[in-house]
Design a protein around this ligand. Structure first.
Ligand code: B1M
Length: 216
């Protein structure tokens, strides 16, 4: 029964049926399925299948866009439940997808998880320049700069943010966290960022730890 519902969520997300996805996600929550399971085995499963099809030219940008819309609608329903299951922390982060990159689903998930842990998050959106990240961190006294990139052609902008933070003299005051499909720990080490995490939940856990350590 649970599996059927999760599969329905995945299928309808692939078809871009945003309203149905919303309803099914609510149904799954009402049935007592854990929000993380709905996210992983329903919505992210559907998004991954669409991603594979996109890669193989079996679907094109419009289909991916409607699937992305359904994903965002579904996560809105999940948001309160995901936020309810967290240790509260204090701290401030700015987050965005780096310059040249318009993918925002992963970034939105990370934002949601950080907020769920009690952090204040300034969402800079997509296509964000290194200057904007650094200036925001200065103006808003952020402890964390959170960077997301989905394209191999934009991941290097993350290194530019690290350099800009050094130039602005704030490198010892902020921690720079990175994530997104093309980046990994080796890349994090190479550009001198502080933390790489592979998913939104571990990003939120790491953010809490960093803020705790910085406040001590
Ligand atoms: Co794009 N796209 N796309 N796309 N797209 C990819 C990324 C791609 C892998 C597809 C493919 O070929 N298989 C490919 C990149 C190839 C590469 O660089 N090697 C690609 C391409 C090529 C492109 C275009 C260039 C296509 C074109 O126009 N020819 C174009 C680029 C536009 C641009 O950005 N300038 C493009 C456009 C689009 C759409 C607009 C149609 C749409 C985006 C809609 C939107 O975001 N609002 C889209 C989508 C949806 C995808 C796929 C299918 C799905 C991405 C996604 O949202 N995944 C993607 C294929 C795939 O990934 N399977 C693909 C779900 C999301 C939850 O995962 O963002 O990885 P993700 O986030 C994860 C983790 O990475 C992590 O947490 C999340 C999970 O918990 N995470 C962090 C993310 N950020 C983090 C930050 C952290 C920590 C963890 O700390 C701060």
């Amino acid at each position: 029964m649970d599996n059927e519902l999760l599969q329905e969520i995945s299928l309808n997300l692939q078809r871009g049926k945003a309203k149905v996805v919303k309803e099914l996600v609510q149904q799954a929550l009402d049935a007592g399925i854990a929000p993380e399971t709905i996210l992983r085995e329903g919505m992210l499963d559907g998004m991954n299948i669409i991603g594979e099809k996109f890669k193989n030219n079996e679907v094109y940008v419009p289909e991916v866009l409607v699937a992305a819309r359904a994903m965002n609608m579904g996560t809105q329903v999940l948001k309160p439940a995901l936020e309810a299951s967290g240790v509260k922390a204090t701290g401030k982060a700015c987050i965005g997808t780096v310059q040249g990159d318009l993918h925002d689903i992963g970034k939105n998930l990370v934002k949601m998880m950080l907020e769920g842990k009690g952090l204040e998050v300034i969402d800079l959106g997509t296509d964000v320049s290194p200057e904007t990240f650094v200036q925001t961190a200065i103006d808003e006294n952020c402890q964390l700069i959170c960077l997301s990139a989905l394209l191999t052609t934009t991941m290097d902008v993350m290194g530019d943010v690290v350099k800009k933070a050094e130039e602005a003299g704030i490198r010892d005051k902020v921690k720079i966290m990175i994530g997104g499909a093309p980046v990994d720990q080796a890349f994090c080490d190479k550009i001198g960022a502080d933390v790489y995490t592979p998913d939104a939940a571990s990003a939120a856990d790491a953010a809490v730890e960093l803020c705790r350590a910085m406040c001590e």
